[in-house]
Design a protein around this ligand. Structure first.
Ligand code: 5CA
Ligand code: ZN
Length: 409
């Protein structure tokens, strides 16, 4: 699949910082020191509805990861998937009496537009589950040949007991895992499974549903976790720097994916850090396509809301916190864009070199975007109160806000 166009990332004077970030697996802050090419995998959308503010918040977090790495003069090899075949997509297509491929294409196109408007840097590879099937099938066959997968009425399941490290991404107890498995696409109560948590790797063709040639697996379609493993291993290989997504992906998705990859390769871990963004809520409940309590990026854009303000409303929250979308959040961001734009349009201001360092420090410290915004706010306030004579400063601020925060003033 094609991704979306990249916005320019201005180069900044001085030195970038190595990223210290919270790793769910160890529960600690880890300082990552990637090679000259940092490797990032971020779980993409399931395209059955438009991008909401929760999705946007998660992609904003990983856009900051990229920007911190780019500021250290590294390249970033960023891969993202699109889950363009899965139960929720088929269910929505059936509910709305539309073709599931048309629905996926329409929503993926809208996602690209939203990401472009928000200045999220695109992945180098943007891969759909359907196009990944030829790479998924041999992995499932290999897991079966290794004795790590078994058949149940034609479906193929992964055996979580095959991975000695199983459980080390999310660190949950058995009861919590079982509960979340049922909530998030698993089938813990299906009779005949070796372990209730075992996830499906390959679902045998069902009447009336799309299916693909699975070689020795028979016709069917891929499970969700193996999709991301196949794409990540194909393009990034084991031991990449960060796997990212919202906190709802820690279990089962990232846990199971890590297990699949570890059994397949005999290596551990798949990602050096598992990074999870908090959940955005609306009216007290997690924003979710299935609940329908949504604020869409595309709707805000249609209403004429400046994408820079949408982005600033995301940046005003620490990526790891759960937060609530309200009109006030947007109003504060609109006010901030106005203040910042006015400030960088003035011919001079107080020196800004220290501000660039403050933004760098804030982001390198577990992506503390709110601290970065506060630093810019202070520079803007100082300019307003005391003026300043540095004619280069407004340009420096504008470029730093663009390069490090993805906000075009
Ligand atoms: N296709 C899979 C990942 S392989 C999937 O989870 N798709 S999704 O469309 O449901 O979600 C896309 C991303 O947005 C995931 O990282 C998910 O964790 C994140 N996300 C979903 N809802 C929210 C929310 N309310 N707040 C923050 N992030 C969210
Ligand atoms: Zn994924």
């Amino acid at each position: 699949m094609h991704a979306w166009p990249a916005s320019e990332v201005p180069a900044l004077p001085g030195q970038g910082r190595d990223l210290r970030i919270h790793d769910t697996a160890t529960g600690t802050l880890v300082t990552l020191s990637p090679g000259p090419v940092a490797r990032l995998y971020v779980c993409g959308i399931t395209p059955y509805d438009a991008t909401h503010m929760g999705h946007a918040a998660t992609y904003n977090a990983f856009d900051l990861v990229q920007r911190v790495w780019l500021d250290t003069k590294r390249q970033v090899h960023y891969v993202q998937n699109v889950t363009d075949i899965d139960d929720p997509l088929l269910e929505r297509a059936q509910r709305d009496d539309v073709d599931w491929t048309a629905l996926a294409e329409k929503e993926t196109a809208l996602f690209r537009e939203d990401m472009t408007a928000l200045r999220m840097l695109p992945p180098r590879q943007y891969i759909g589950a359907v196009e990944a099937i030829p790479g998924i099938v041999p992995l499932v066959e290999r897991l079966r040949d290794l004795g790590a997968a078994y058949e149940l009425e034609g479906d193929i399941y992964f055996s979580v007991e095959a991975d000695p490290h199983f459980g080390k991404v999310s660190n949950l107890d058995a009861a919590a895992m079982r509960l979340l498995s049922a909530e998030r696409g698993g089938d813990p109560d299906r009779p005949g499974k070796k372990n209730p948590l075992d996830p499906m790797l390959w679902m045998a063709a069902r009447p009336g549903e799309p299916s693909w040639d699975g070689a020795s697996l028979g016709r069917g379609r891929p499970g969700w976790h193996i999709e991301c493993v196949a794409i990540a291993l194909d393009h990034l290989g084991m031991g990449f720097d960060v796997q990212g997504g919202g906190s709802d992906l820690a279990f089962p998705h990232h846990e199971m994916g890590a297990s699949h990859a570890q059994v397949l390769t005999g290596e551990f871990p798949m990602a050096k850090a598992y990074v999870h963004a908090g959940m955005v809520a609306l009216h007290g409940e997690k924003m979710s396509k299935s609940k329908g309590n949504l604020v869409f990026v595309s709707q805000l854009r249609r209403d004429g809301v400046d994408p820079a303000a949408i982005r600033l409303s995301l940046l005003a929250h620490h990526y790891r916190s759960d937060w609530e979308w309200t009109d006030q959040v947007l109003q504060d961001a609109l006010d901030r864009v106005d203040r910042w734009r006015a400030a960088v349009s003035r011919p001079d201001g107080p020196p800004a070199d220290a501000l660039v360092e403050e933004i760098r420090d804030a982001l390198a410290n577990d992506l503390d975007a709110p601290a970065a915004l506060a630093a810019v706010d202070r520079w803007v306030a100082l300019q307003q109160e005391q003026g300043g004579t540095d004619t280069g400063a407004p340009g420096v601020v504008s470029r730093a806000v663009d390069a490090l925060l993805g906000v075009a003033l």
